[in-house]
Unconditional design. Sequence first.
Length: 150
Amino acid sequence: MQDISGYGISASVAASNTFPSGFPVTQFADDADPVDAASIQLADKAMGVNGDLIVWSKANPILVVIAVIPGSDDDRNLSVLAEANRTAKGKAPARDVINMVITYPDGSTASLSQGKITDAIPTQAIASAGRMKSKPYGFVFEGMNKTGAA
């Protein structure tokens, strides 16, 4: 039997300038995917003029989105990180290098390195149902190391 429950997932986010000691993330959303990762292209392909298959490896960034409960401690920390790295006229970004470790309920981990925060909603949005919308934060990473279940 495979237990694929997501209950108990956690993450740790460290940002080189804004949060060098890091902070935990445990207050995940209920109305958005708490942790999401996009598919990456591992190789590209083409066909030669005579129909020969040509393939080559291709490096691509690793995209991760975490969504947290609006107004939570995790949301406040991630909002500070996003604002510190937002560029605007007369405002220099923190240029944080971000590392994240996601720990899954089975004890396995994904350690993501050399990253950048890429997306954030700058203010609180409200859903038509009258509740605050959960806040997704997007990240991109250069490297990843995974460990198996404990």
